[in-house]
Design a protein around this ligand. Sequence first.
Ligand code: SAM
Length: 295
Amino acid sequence: MPKTEYWQWYVEQFAPTEAHHHAIEETYYAGRTEFQHVAVIRTPVFGKMLVLDGDTQSSQADERIYHESLVHPALAALDRRDEVLILGGGEGATLREVLRRPDVARCTMVDIDGQVVDLSKRFLPEWGDGAFEDPRARVIIGDALAFLREDRESYAAIISDLTEPLEDSPSNPLFCEDVFVDIKRRLAPGGVYVLQASTAGFHNMRLHAKMARTLRRHYRFVRSFFTHVPAFDNDWAFLACSDAVDLAGLEAARIDAYVAGLRGENYFYDAETHRRIFSLPLYLRRELAKDGDVF
Ligand code: SAM
């Protein structure tokens, strides 16, 4: 191993006084697309990583923690899961996880940035693992906002795997109450909307709580869940929304049966993990119970 002074570093800055340094072994690509800055790098601990606008999107070493959490609790809650919609999800790993269920007839993925999708296919083929070539995949390059306004189909599950809604990010307009309402209109009866919903770290829960508060105005059940994602150096939160099913109460037998119906083996998610990720610490429950602003 070279001494630290000889490495190049990718420094993810979380706040003016907080950062995580990753040594870079190789840079496969770094440049700007029409929508964002993209870097594909390799680091000794996390393997290959996709970084958009300086924000880690996923890493080879632990992307399954994030993607299994995003996809499987929602799909496990459904009786029928024939049509699924993914907003964003450029790397193809969310698509991969959805298509591991043979009873998904079609999965539509809408990502605004064709270059991110192409770079992922080229440098991160492990993420898609053949999902882009699956005849059940319908990949649309376009703005999810426009798609939601024009599309008239309904989906058993809608999975939002968008970038963080930073001020100048193309995902920013999708985090607003009107869009949450549009999404609900696209859900089939009994459907579930699940979204990656920012951090649940004790020092930065406000954005997550704001999303939860907004969504609670529209769904009977809105559940936060989270897990530590080492590449994000943070506890990462998700929100599961439904009028029909409370995901926090899914029975172990139902989850076991769902997992047994997946192609291949899970790395992270099973009935025991489900209990852990839906069990929230007191400080987060208190934050979620507060009144406050909405989108
Ligand atoms: N795991 C992630 C994270 O940590 O934020 C999200 C992963 S995925 C790479 C995010 C994708 O959202 C990107 O490929 C980006 O192009 C896409 N995206 C951002 N804004 C979008 C929009 N308005 N419509 C569709 N896709 C969008």
